[in-house]
Structures are given as C-alpha cells and as structure tokens.
Design a protein around this ligand. Structure first.
Ligand code: ADP
Ligand code: ASP
Ligand code: MG
Length: 418
C-alpha cells in the first residue's frame, strides 16, 4: 500500500463527464489499495473568466479580493469530484486550502506555501480509507484570508501536499502524455521524454513551458518528490495505467538517474515579452541600481539586460526586457525618474518572444549557441538580445517568428529524431 497524490488540470476536469473520467483514475488507485489525495484545478477557462471579471470590475483591484474571486473555480471542481467519487461508492471528502490548512505567506495573488498540516488527511487515510479531494491553487495567508499561488499554481499545491504526506509518488495528469522536447502544440515532431532532470525541467518551466509551474519543480527537487507528468485522457483502465514504479508519462528526477544525456534537451518559448531601451544613460557607478531598483520595488520582473557603450564613451545604452503586461507600469516609473536616472530618451517595443535552448550537456559542449544563431539566421530571423547561463541560451526575437524559430531550433539539434 502506498500514498499517492493525483493532480488533474483544467482540461481534465473541463466538464462533468471529464470529472467522471478523473474519478475512474482515482478509483483504479483506490482499488489497488493505495491512499489517495487528489488535487484539482478549476474547469478549463474558468480562472481566465474570473480574472476577467475582476479586471472588468476595476482594472486596479485589491489582491485579497482578487484571490477571493479566482479561488472559487477550484472550490467547485473539488466538490464535484467528491460527489462523483461518492456516487461510485468511494469514501471521499473535499478540502479547501483553509480547511487543511495550507498556510501561505502574505503575497496575495502570488503566494508561496509555507506550511501544510496534513495530520487530519492522513488520519482519515488510515482510519476511514477516505480520499481527500483538495482544491488546488489556494491556501490561507497570515491575514486569515484566501491566498492564491499564481497561475498554474495547482501543480505546486499537488507537489507540496505530496511532500507533506510523504507520498510515494505525485502524478500530474494533464492534456498531454508527458513532457516533450518542446511544446507539442507548436512542433508536432516533438518527442516525449521518458525522464527529465529537475534542473532542466526548472529551466524549461521558468522559460515558458507551462506544463509545470516553476515552483512545483523547485519543491519536487528540494523534497525529493517522485513526480510524473502523464495524460488524464487515456483509458483509466488500460494496461499499465496502474503500474506503480513505471506509470506511462515523464519522470522528473535527479540528473544521475538519466543514463543517456543529450547536449540539448528541449526548446522553450515565452511570448508577450517587451523590450525597453534607455538611450545615452550617463556612464557612472550606480546607474544600473538607479534604474533597476525602482522597477524591482514595483514588482516588475526585469529579464534580459544588455548594456552598450556609446561611441563617445561617456554614455551607455541600457536595453532590457519586461513582461508585456508590465510595460506600461515600467515605462511610467522610468519616465517619472528620468531626471535622476539621466538618460536622453526611452524606446519600447512589445510583441516579442523569448526562445530558449536548454540542456545540461551544454556545460561540457561548445558551439551550442553558434548552432542556434546560424539556424535563426538561415531563416532570416533577427536576434534582438541574447542571454546565456550554464545550461541554457535565450534569444529574443519578433513574436511573429515564434513557431518558425521553435521548429528551426528543435530540428537543428536533432530533437525530432529518436
Ligand atoms: P493543466 O491545465 O493540466 O495544468 P497546462 O495547460 O497548464 O495544463 O499545461 C499543459 C500544456 O503545456 C500542454 O497542453 C502543452 O501545450 C504545454 N506545453 C508547453 N511546453 C510543453 C512541453 N515541453 N511538454 C509538454 N507540454 C508542453
Ligand atoms: N486554475 C488556476 C490557473 O488556471 C491554477 C491551475 O490550473 O493550476 O492558473
Ligand atoms: Mg497548468
């Protein structure tokens, strides 16, 4: 007998029929004698609708009330799944974040889980064979109000609960059957990986592959949670679906569990990037701090930073990216502080995409970046900025070329070949 966490994303619980299918996955594991906690997302599209309603009510709104609104989607699916399980003869009970409780910090809208008291859930496993159906994406903040964990946060709820109950496995069921070499919606030739290392998955997620929320990968890595990404759409009773050690899907694991390491593992992309250039910024110590300090204070996430020395040598151009949604806020801050920052002019551009090449093998191989640049050049794609780290290269391009660039990079590293 084992303890399992099963998480189902929005498409997997998109209507009552799909919830019934989810219940069959749960039943399979219960029938095998396992103790199960299920984490559910809101129905597909629901969270977007709720966010839209908050914005329609007021473009600028109280984050605590935003949380009160957007957390409701998961409350509905948790209740519906508990009803469905009960109807199938399975003892099940739904839980909202505050009922467990899942305690978070006070950053409403993007809260981090701090502590989970799973004692009651475990007691009900042992004494009542009861399935816990937990509303994902939410917890309770120090002000005793509902807090949500940022978009995609149900993945994080699932891994955090798995860590709290010392689960043997955490299965993230979604609308694809694993983690692919790139988004299979953009590149049909993408291949599913049997395994991917925590570090690479962390980079893939933070560079745009939304199959897992970044924080869930961090938690899985720190707490050594055995996490699989798998499909909810396969027949719950097909052969192998209940395999305990090797379920179908992708295992996120330590680097040393991967036998054949590729140089490049995957390609990620993130749309809706914007670029800001400050022309002729005075070249003196402290200037970067003067620019990026106020942006950080306002919660603007600055990413790729490029600094060029101007011809005369006394001034510099500072170019950087921010999420397109933060462009207005960033521009307003920079214009307000123009006198202090001492720059000549500000230019901005939105509609950009960051494409990234990821692979642990880059640590020991040269020429990976040059290959990417050549592949993009051959297709006439202009590069606007580049950043690199030990295991990734990110390139900023015009958003219109996203698909072309992703496919070109995927092909040039042979990721479409087994
Ligand atoms: P859920 O609602 O189940 O949480 P998401 O939409 O958040 O599902 O994440 C699954 C989606 O992630 C897939 O439909 C796929 O388009 C996208 N995706 C992006 N990159 C990858 C990748 N490398 N491997 C698999 N899926 C990816
Ligand atoms: N429903 C939330 C969202 O759409 C959380 C999740 O699905 O993971 O972001
Ligand atoms: Mg998701």
């Amino acid at each position: 007998m084992a303890r399992l966490v099963l998480k189902f994303g929005g498409t997997s619980v998109g209507d009552v029929d799909r919830i019934r299918n989810v219940a069959r996955h749960v039943k399979r594991e219960v029938d095998a004698g396992h103790h199960v906690a299920v984490v559910v997302s809101a129905m597909a599209g629901k969270t977007n609708e709720l966010v839209g309603w908050c914005r329609a009510a007021s473009p600028i709104h109280d984050a605590r009330e935003y949380d009160a609104v957007v957390a409701s989607g998961e409350q509905v699916t948790a209740g519906l799944l508990a009803i469905t399980l009960q109807q199938m003869g399975i003892n099940a009970r739904s839980w909202q974040g505050w009922q467990i409780p899942i305690r978070t910090d006070g950053s409403h809208g993007a809260a981090r889980i701090q502590e989970i008291d799973a004692a009651e859930i475990v007691r009900r496993f042992d004494e009542e064979q009861q399935v816990a159906v937990v509303a994902g994406f939410q917890g309770i903040a120090p002000d005793n109000r509902i807090a949500t964990l940022g978009r995609g946060g149900s993945d994080t709820s699932a891994v955090a609960i798995a860590a709290a109950i010392a689960a043997d496995r955490c299965d993230i069921y979604t609308d694809v059957d694993g983690v692919y070499t790139t988004d299979p919606r953009i590149e049909p030739k993408a291949r599913r990986m049997a395994r991917i290392s925590f570090e690479e998955m962390l980079e893939m997620a933070s560079l745009g592959a939304k199959v897992l929320q970044v924080r869930s990968v961090e938690l899985a890595m720190v707490h050594k949670v055995r996490t699989f990404v798998r499909s909810s759409f396969e027949d719950p009773d097909a052969p192998g679906m209940g395999d305990f050690d090797n379920p179908p899907g992708t295992l996120i694991c330590d680097e040393d569990e991967i036998v054949e390491q590729q140089v490049v593992t995957g390609i990620a992309y993130s749309r809706d990037e914007a670029q800001i250039s400050l022309r002729r910024v005075e070249d003196r110590p402290g200037v970067a701090a003067a620019i990026f300090g106020p942006l950080a204070d306002a919660g603007v996430n600055v990413d790729m930073i490029v600094q060029n020395i101007s011809e005369s040598g006394d001034a510099t151009d500072m170019t950087f990216t921010v999420p397109a949604g933060d462009l207005q806020k960033a521009t307003a801050i920079l214009e307000k502080a123009k006198a202090e920052m001492r720059y000549d002019s500000l230019q901005s551009e939105s509609g950009l995409t960051k494409v990234s090449v990821i692979g642990i093998g880059m640590r020991s191989h040269t020429g990976v970046a040059a290959t990417a640049f050549k592949a993009l050049a051959a297709r006439g794609i202009n590069i606007k900025a580049i950043t690199t780290s030990e295991i990734k290269i990110s390139i900023l391009i015009d958003g219109d070329y996203t698909e072309l660039a992703v496919r070109a990079l995927h092909g040039v590293y042979g990721l479409d070949k087994a």
